[in-house]
Design a protein around this ligand. Sequence first.
Ligand code: HEC
Length: 430
Amino acid sequence: MTNRLWILLICVLTAGSAKAEVTFAREVSRILQAKCAQCHRPNDIAPFALNAFEAVLDWKDDIRRVVSERTMPPWKPVDGHGEFRGNFGLTEQERNQIIEWIDAGAPFGDEADLPEPLPDTGEWVLGEPDLVLEMPEAYTPPRGQDMYRCFVLPTDSDLNRFVSAVDILPGNRRYVHHVILYLDSSGVAEKLDADEEGPGYTCFGGPRTPVAADASLSALLGNGIGLGGWAPGTRPTPLPDGVGMHLPPKARIVMQVHYYARGGTGPDQTKVGLYFSKGKVEKRLMFIPIVPLDSLGRVSMRIPAGADNHEIKAEFLVPPLLDAHLVNIFPHMHLLGKEIKSEVVRLNGRVTPLVYIDKWDFNWQGAYSYKEQIPLPAFSRIRLSCTYDNSENNPRNPSNPLKTVTWGEGTEDEMCLVFLGLTFDRERLQ
Ligand code: HEC
């Protein structure tokens, strides 16, 4: 080979290596594993799996579209308002790499670069739970209306136990609108169930069980919500070490399922998976709701018919002695919601953003867990602001003709709510 040819070859080689091509094996497979595969895997909520190269090729045009339009992955919190664990939003670099890769003809690359395949965790994304509780028989909600139904799931244990993560597998994703898990140690829920025909009992508003004498503050404040809930899009995140949700001996989980069987109905048999805390638990996770109140302290809100940018505000003052740390936050509105934002204002005036969702989507709700727990010293004010579009320009508006919308549990009512999942600084369990 002549000298000149050598130089040419070296130029070509170095030009190629200056900007390494994005390949499936090296970059894209890793991005998909980290940001897509938890839903895009067999038997989960996404309609197809994105684990194998061939599947990804089949979907590449759609992937390019949804990634550019930012509709996938459906991570809702805006960056800079809370740092969350398990954030499955794409970084700018990841988004660009996916697009660049597809535009370059989606090259596979070198097989040796492939990451280890993700473990197959079966139908539960966190793997097999320590305890699975299931509705004893299937229930078919009545067609054409909202139905709140409570199902009693005995836990059958004499032990005080702590739960680190809860996952819920709706039996019928078309009609299950949300699920909240209450706890009952009184036995009242079983009586209510026995008094009513069919599986479970109707429980609009709450499970109608008494707040037990040993009830924690969370039961009083959080209406007895013991183990959190599920709404479309919620992904389970284990609690930090040392924090657990308390499951008292012989507790029954009262699972409130909100069915919205407008267009049709079908049988549902929802399952709950519990993952127990592994290490020593020092603090219980409590749930505190922040909601708009009127001057008499009643939950109240009103969105006029036709208003397309109506704001509702709420505020909560951390009481003296109840200094707390915020572990996670669950924002909630219904179909008119546009934006929801929460922040904490400390006594010294310092403001820390808690969460901000600027494009609310009822189909993608989550409990967001902080990377570092956020201190909420006594006398801090937690502010909540919700914005709604109750005009005919909102394609999701369920009311035709338009109507003034108030607080309520029905799909056509609204809510402006965050649940704060927190621990109290003074608590030390033995
Ligand atoms: C939290 C769960 C979840 C994550 C994470 C997720 N998806 Fe999806 N994806 C879904 C669900 C559910 C659907 C079907 C319903 C829908 O389109 O909203 C879907 C649909 C899609 C579609 C078809 C949409 C259409 O309009 O045809 C594409 C393409 C897609 N996802 C790509 C991705 C990619 C790429 C990632 C990661 C960068 C990702 N998704 C992450 C749940 C998820």
